[in-house]
Design a protein around this ligand. Sequence first.
Ligand SMILES: [Zn+2]
Length: 204
Amino acid sequence: MLVPKVQLIPPPEKVLDLLRSTGALLEGHFEFPNGKHSDFYFQMPLAMRYHGNARVLNVALSRLLRQEPEVLSALPNCAVVAPAAGGIPVAFGVREALNANQIFWAEKEEGRYYFRQYLDARGMKCILVDDIVRSGRGIQLMVDLIRQAGAEVIAIGSLVHYKDAQLDIGDIPYYWLVDIDCKFHDPKECPACNAGVPVEKVWV
Ligand SMILES: [Zn+2]
């Protein structure tokens, strides 16, 4: 019997198609709250609201993470950890796909991340995941937070990664499904503004 070949890890273009089809990826001319302009606008929760899509993305990311020997050897006694809200559906899906034995996430207040009081993560091996990594600042703060909690980050994964993200994570392996070359411009230097394309303001 011929078994159809299942595409286990969708290529970046397929991931982008999925994000476009759910409204999670808009292409145009956007102004962000910091005043910068860009051609791309991601709202990952719009893709994650459909279980089937969330599953495709999370399973694909988990298959990439599984390539890491340290992840394989740590399972199932490790945690999948997310920063605040956006990363939580990714953490649940990746935990399920990897069969890791726990998941927890940080709270975010005034730009600072913290774990719940009495969370004991000492000695724990952690896989840090998020939906999208733009500047890299959030992931950087999470790596620091996990280390301060006495735990170790053995791998990082995100569905989307911006090429210009700045991360100082040493030799921690980092996997993503899509790497986006997204430039942010000051309005004065924005090609779309110069071409007279109307701009749309976005909230976050
Ligand atoms: Zn512009």
